[in-house]
Design a protein around this ligand. Sequence first.
Ligand code: SF4
Ligand code: SF4
Length: 379
Amino acid sequence: MRKSIQFVVKYTKHCNLRCAYCYEYKELHKTDKMELADIERFFLNCKKYVEQNTQHINFIWHGGEPFIIPLDNYREIKKLQDKIFSKDVVVSNGIQTNMTILTDKHIKFLKEEEFFDSVGISFDVYGDQRVDINNQLQTDLVLKNIQTIIENKISVGGISVLARNTFPYVKEIYSFYDELNIPIRFLPIYRSAFDTQVEQHALTVKEILVAMKMLLEAWSSSKSAVLVDPLDEYVNYAIAYMTKDENLKYFNKRDDEHTFILNKDGNLWGISETYNQEFLYGNMFSETFEEVIDSKGREKALIAAENRCEKFCKNCKYYGYCSGSFINNITPIEELSIEKEGCIIKLSIDLIIDFFQEHDIDTYIKNHLSQQTWDCFHT
Ligand code: SF4
Ligand code: SF4
């Protein structure tokens, strides 16, 4: 049994913004979307596998901007899910939105959890990337909408891209979310639409490490210490290493892979070689999930992941304390930078251990971490 299966569904590539670092940049103008009949075929094609192999299926409705699509479409999808999936399976739905589209109807829809049970807001707070098609910055609109979301007590998570022009503001971005008590995920650029995007916007491993250091300092000096991903994950690994806790299972992509990217045309990939035809798992509009995960494309992706683990993880001192899911799932862009500069997780764990040793961990916990945050490390 897999604990859960997650599909990141590229419902449409259409977006009202034009962030220059967006890996969907070439397709943002395309207004088509998945048809309901396609979505029904997708659900039917994964039904048997899901019901026999997991208790939880999670769909992240992604884009483009998924709120461009009328809310009634999501209501129709909900009806399909209720009709197709057994009641023994928990079906959940999340959305990743740029939070520029928010009417009273959206507020009511989210508040009543008609369809979405989790909302991720992709918003950098600082930097000059979040512009519309007329190159106008949308920061004020998003800030206003986040305020409305908070007033309506809708719980959300934040996502901020770690790029060249957000890098100088890492601490400020963390403080913004921390003060609002919104958990935040920092996402370095890991996929691109064209080469110049990487040159212009991506950070080196050393720069990401500096960002991690700034985050560690901001997080550790905060009283609320809202969860910050991926730092919280790296802290867990550091603690496992320091306490010699060997209970963590090393990630085995063959059995443990649980996140899949479903493109608008039904093509399915893992999260490493997404959009590369050589590694295509199959098509969920015309094949069953059993066929897709047994495909040659997936086998190729699994072998590539196993080779990466052999190359980067087997001789790493944190092997067994770090889950290795990062190396299993890295994209070609990330692999190139790791080849040159080393594994960002290893470097981050080194940094965290030094930090804990410098700060006397017991006093540090007492003074700085909330009990709730500490408990999170142990669950
Ligand atoms: S809001 Fe998201 S999908 Fe739209 S351009 Fe920006 S990064 Fe791309
Ligand atoms: S190389 Fe990186 S991902 Fe692999 S075990 Fe070491 S720290 Fe973890």
